[in-house]
Design a protein around this ligand. Sequence first.
Ligand SMILES: C[S@@+](CC[C@H](N)C(=O)[O-])C[C@H]1O[C@@H](n2cnc3c(N)ncnc32)[C@H](O)[C@@H]1O
Length: 274
Amino acid sequence: MTRDTRQAAAVIDTSRPSVARVYDYFLGGKDNYEVDRQVFLQVDAVAPQMKLLARAGRNWLVRATRFLAGTAGIDQFLDLGAGLPAAENTHQAAQRMNSEARVVYVDNDPVVAAHGRALLEENDRTHLVMADLTKPDEIFDHPEITRRVDFTRPVALIHSSTIHHVSDEEGPLEIMRRYVELMPSGSYLLLSHFTDPQDGGAGTELARSVEDIFANGAMGSGYFRTRDQIQRYFDGLEMVEPGLVQLNEWWPDGPLLTRTTADSVALGGVARKP
Ligand SMILES: C[S@@+](CC[C@H](N)C(=O)[O-])C[C@H]1O[C@@H](n2cnc3c(N)ncnc32)[C@H](O)[C@@H]1O
């Protein structure tokens, strides 16, 4: 166990659920505790289809990363709110397309530091940094990040399922505006977010019941915002086709033939800074 690992392990709080660990359990991972599994069980009781959404989110992240490392020619990735390692992670997807691609993961959860480091730092072009993604200026100034990411060149900024854990009081729109300002020209933003489809029916009902468990329960965050609110996080950027869509509809793999209500409660998109 390294010094970093011991320090991180010392502050893991197993009395309250953590977003990273709950999400890990949704994806079938093992780095979670009873308190995290209770959140999953509460959601699963009212919305068993949410498991599929978690998987759709990871699959989308991998597809979009391949597009960025391949077609878009991006060779440096800053993956904010990286989470615990899953079957396929950003560095594997990016480095399969370009073995020289560099990936810096950022998270603030001690379990990610303790259990994720070994897997998320598989090679010398992949690093994990503990930092707060709600502070864009600190991220762009962080010595461990600036040593590995050259912010004078285009970078892919990944915000996969992160901003829906930032409350309105923390100012998610201002945070995203600042990220967009700081991104060098030619950079890409990849962002996915829970949404309330405002369909007055099954989608809205699902969004509101899961939001109630996440945001108003022990986990304390998980906000289902409207399409317009999410689209504004991309202000100033050019959307890559097909724009902001349900995750399974994001090009190039095309829509799934079988749909679930959960498909309607998350949106994702990729956009370029001119
Ligand atoms: C739902 S998980 C998403 C994981 C991964 N990005 C994905 O799409 O599979 C959200 C992650 O964001 C991290 N996170 C939440 N708030 C954060 C903050 N203020 N700073 C850094 N990481 C944060 C959590 O610890 C968690 O690992």
